[in-house]
Design a binder for this molecule. Sequence first.
Ligand code: UD1
Ligand code: CA
Length: 454
Amino acid sequence: MKITTILLAAGQGTRMKSSLPKVLHPVAGKPLIWHAMQAIQKFTTEKPIVVVGHGAEEVTSYLGDSAQTVLQEPQLGTGHAVMQAESLLKGKSDLVVVCYGDMPLLRGETLQKLVETQKNNKGPISMLTVVSDDPRGFGRVIRKADGSVEAIVEEYVATPDQLQVKELNVGGYCFDANWLWDALHRIPKNPKKGEYYLTDAVELATRAGLSVQATVMDDLEETIGINTRVHLSECEAAMRRRINQEHMLNGVTMMDPASTYIEAGVTIGRDTLIMPNTYLHGKTEIGEHNVIGPNSIIRDTKIGNGCKVLASVLEGAWLEDDVDMGPFARLRKGAHLGNHVHMGNFGEVKDSFLADGVKMGHFSYIGNAQIGSNTNIGAGTITCNYDGEKKHATEIGEDVFIGSDTMLVAPLKIGDGARTGAGAVVTKNIAEDTLVVGMPARAIRKLERKAKKK
Ligand code: UD1
Ligand code: CA
C-alpha cells in the first residue's frame, strides 16, 4: 500500500513575533519541520509534500531536495492547504497522511498507528485524538452512540455542551486518497472566517454514512503544537528529556539530565559519562567510555573512546582515543588530536594535527601546525602563524621539546628530537636533535653553524 504525506506549514505563526518562519524555529538544534520530517520517515519512504506560504522561500531553501514544496497563496485554511497538493499527489497513492509542520514531538510510531487504524477502516478517514482536561483551543471530537467519530467542532463555534468534551483533535489524519481528492472540493467555505477547514471533511464522510475512526493517543506531550515562544520552550524541555532518556537507555550515564543539552542527531557510545552543564551540538559523535564535562560545549566534533574533556569548548574537532583535555581548553575547526594527547588548561588548537602522545600542558596556541608524536609543548608556546596577511604552517617533528614561552614564527620546520630553550623566538628552521636557546635569530644561526661543524 502506497502512502504519501502532506505537511502543512503555510501559516504565518503571527504569535511567534518573529522574522523567521515558524517551522524554521529550532528545537533541540533542528527546525520544527525537520522533526516532522523525521517522524514521517517511520512509515513511508516517499518524499513528503510541504505546503508553504509565509516565508515560502526560506522554508523551501531549507528543505532542499528532502521534500517537494507547493505554494499556498493566499492561505484559505487547512482544507484549502491540502488541496494545493492535489495535482502532485492525485492518483499516486492509496493513503494520504496529513499533519502539521509545527508539532515536533509527534512520534513516527504514533503516525504509524494512525496508518494502521486507517488500513482497518472501511471508511475514508482516521484521525489522532487525545483526551485532556486542558482544551488548549483544540477542536472537540464529537462521537456517535456507536463510538465512531461524528464531527470535529472548532472551539469558537462549539456549544457549551460541546465545550465540555474532553477528547480533542490533535491534527493528524490519514485519508483514503481517492475519497480525499474528491471530497476536498465539497468542503464548504466557513461562513464566519471564509476559509476551508480540513476538519469539515469528517462531517462530509459521516453524513454520507462512511466511518471515521480515531487513534486515541496516551502521551499528551506529543500533541504540543507551537504557537508562541512559550510553547517553544516547553517543547524544547520535553524534547531534551526525550533525547536524554534515549541516550540513557542506550547505556550513557548522565549525572543530571536536566542540565544536559544534547541536540537531535548527536551519537554517544556506551559507558560514556556526561556531566552537568554540557552542550552537545550539531554533527557530534562520541564513542565509549569517555567522561565529558562538566561545563563543556562541543559542536560538530568526533571523539573516540576513553577521552576526558573537562570544562572545554570544542568545535569542528577530532579527538582519537584516550585524549585528556581541560579544564579550559579550546579546540577550533580542524584540530585533530591523536591517541593519548594531553592538553591542559588555557590551550587553543586550530587547523592542526597533534600526533599520539603530544603533551601541551599550559597556555599555548597551536595553529596551522603538524606536531609529531610524543613532542612536548612547553607552557606559553605560540605558533606565530599569521603575518598580518597570510597564514603559515609550522611543522614540528617527533620527540621535540619546545621550552616554555617559545615563539615559533611560521613558516617553520623543527626536526625530530630538537629542543628550544625557554623564551626562544624561533624564526628559522631547526635541524634534528639541535638545541636552540632563548636568543635572537642571528644567535640561533650561529649556534646552528657550530652544530653543523661538529
Ligand atoms: C487546527 C484544527 C483543530 C485542531 C488544531 C490542533 C482546523 C480547522 N482546525 O486548528 O481542530 O485541534 O489544529 O493543533 O484544521 N495551515 C496552512 N494553511 C492554511 C492554514 C493553516 O498551511 O491556510 C497550517 C498551519 O501552518 C499549521 C496548520 O496548518 O501548521 C494548522 O493551522 P492552524 O491555523 O494552527 O490551525 P488551528 O487553529 O490550530
Ligand atoms: Ca495551531
